[in-house]
Design a protein around this ligand. Structure first.
Ligand SMILES: Cc1ncc(COP(=O)(O)O)c(C=O)c1O
Length: 382
């Protein structure tokens, strides 16, 4: 069996078609988009074409799409400018956000003294809607809500439409980290009143180091990085034309084939869950990740019924067998990189057991699932 890559929530392999486009742009479109000669103009017009294509998937205006170095920068741009330039005094978020959001809001609280309110979570990791509503009506402070669409560890999928309406009716701005959902779900921003969102190409078979931020028109957001006039002044620095091309091509292919590909990947996930339940009946699924409707079709987070001493070596042993996946447990091997997400939702007993996130893509097969489940069964039983 060839090595098995079940870590697609960390990053995805780049589609060959995307590599071709990137290579061609690197060879043929090396002009600086800010140069006024024909080389520069051709790079500039490529970028604007890609911006238009991307905007169309979300039904927004091209001027509302700002290219960034990835999801982290997009999250930082929105959150920092919301506090610094829009007068946001209170951020409502959750303790299971990605660190790109969590560490940024902590830093903002330190720098600007803003209030951070963490919304209460249900035992399955979903947002408690009554608590969220009470936080929204609680004070006259100017508020921004930052909640992710799909959780990168437990895969829980938020009802983003309902959340957006709730924020709008309570006059709060809404930012959503959609890094794990862009390219995997359609998001119609002409109907969903989200103010800002963050996306990253390497999560949908594009290159690393490029992403974008959706900034709704007239929001008043200001740049994070100062310098030239690129991205209409929102994001200074010479554009990474080949990466933007790769992002646009990857997104085009993701949305073009979405129905067939998402069915395929969902089939892989559902087969994995079925086989796992058959071979290791005592497994548990963290958050809503075992529920195909309430979680993303791309990942599952599994808690294994083994003692902590044995669990500590789990990922290492899987790696030795050529299986790549991610640690999802708060206490494995006493590592400093414990999961802040599982720590919020699991009992102390379950935190001691190994939890692992398996995440899938179109390049995975049922044969790989058979091999991984057999390997896991052997690890659990020996
Ligand atoms: C939910 C989420 N937000 C933000 C990021 C950061 O994105 P990037 O790697 O493009 O900076 C990631 C990547 O792991 C993520 O999963």
């Amino acid at each position: 069996m060839n090595p098995v890559y079940f870590d697609n929530a960390a990053t995805t392999p780049i589609r060959p078609e995307v590599i071709e486009v990137i290579t061609s742009v690197m060879k043929n479109n090396y002009g600086n988009p800010s140069s006024s000669h024909s080389f520069g103009r051709s790079s500039k017009s490529l970028i604007e074409k890609y911006r238009k294509d991307i905007a169309a998937y979300f039904k927004v205006s091209p001027s509302e799409i700002i290219f960034t170095s990835g999801g982290t920068e997009a999250d930082n741009l929105v959150l920092r400018s919301a506090v610094r330039d829009l007068g946001v005094e209170e951020i409502i978020t959750s303790r299971i956000e990605h660190h790109a959001v969590l560490h940024t809001v902590e830093q903002l609280a330190y720098e600007y003294g803003i209030i951070i309110n963490f919304v209460k979570l249900e035992p399955d990791g979903t947002i408690n809607p009554f608590h969220l509503e009470s936080l929204l009506v609680n004070s006259p402070n100017k508020k921004l809500v930052s909640l992710m669409h799909v959780n990168n560890e437990i895969g829980n999928k938020l009802n983003i439409e309902g959340l957006a309406e709730l924020c709008k009716s309570n006059n709060a701005l809404l930012h959503s980290d959609t890094v794990q959902s862009v390219g995997h779900y359609h998001i119609n921003l002409s109907e969903i009143p989200i103010d800002f969102l963050a996306a990253s190409a390497h999560k949908f078979h594009g290159p690393k180091g490029v992403g974008f931020c959706f900034i709704r028109k007239n929001s008043g957001l200001q740049p994070l990085i100062f310098g030239g006039e690129q991205e209409r002044g929102y994001r200074a620095g010479t554009e990474s034309v080949h990466n933007i091309a790769g992002l646009a091509e990857a997104l085009k292919l993701s949305y073009k084939n979405l129905d067939a590909e998402s069915d395929y990947v969902k089939g892989i996930k559902s087969y994995f869950i079925e086989q796992l339940k058959t071979e290791i009946p005592q497994v548990a699924f963290n958050g809503n990740s075992g529920d195909l409707e309430k979680s993303t079709y791309t990942s599952v987070n599994v808690c294994f019924p083994v003692a902590p001493e044995k669990g500590a070596m789990f990922l290492f042993q899987l790696d030795l067998k050529g299986i790549a996946c991610s640690k999802g447990s708060a206490c494995q091997s006493g590592s400093s990189q414990n999961s802040h997400v599982l720590a919020e939702i699991l009992s102390e007993d379950d935190l001691l057991k190994p939890s692992i996130r398996f995440s899938f893509s179109i390049y995975n097969t049922k044969d790989e699932v058979d091999y991984v489940v057999k390997t896991l069964r052997d690890l659990v039983s020996h």
